[in-house]
Design a protein around this ligand. Sequence first.
Ligand SMILES: [Zn+2]
Length: 64
Amino acid sequence: MIPDDYKIVKICPQCGSPKINWINGGIGGPVYKCDDCNYVGAFILEVRLKDIQKFQREMRENRR
Ligand SMILES: [Zn+2]
């Protein structure tokens, strides 16, 4: 079994939220939508569960 910390989760490239929904599999491939910031796009990030907070912190710092 893989520990939870090492599970790969999809997160939003804009806000780092893991609330990503797969909404469409069109010609261009899968499209995802973020529940938190309404980002829509084919590009999402895949990170380990234990790295989510690190990504979210970096995103907040980059926004300054
Ligand atoms: Zn988002």
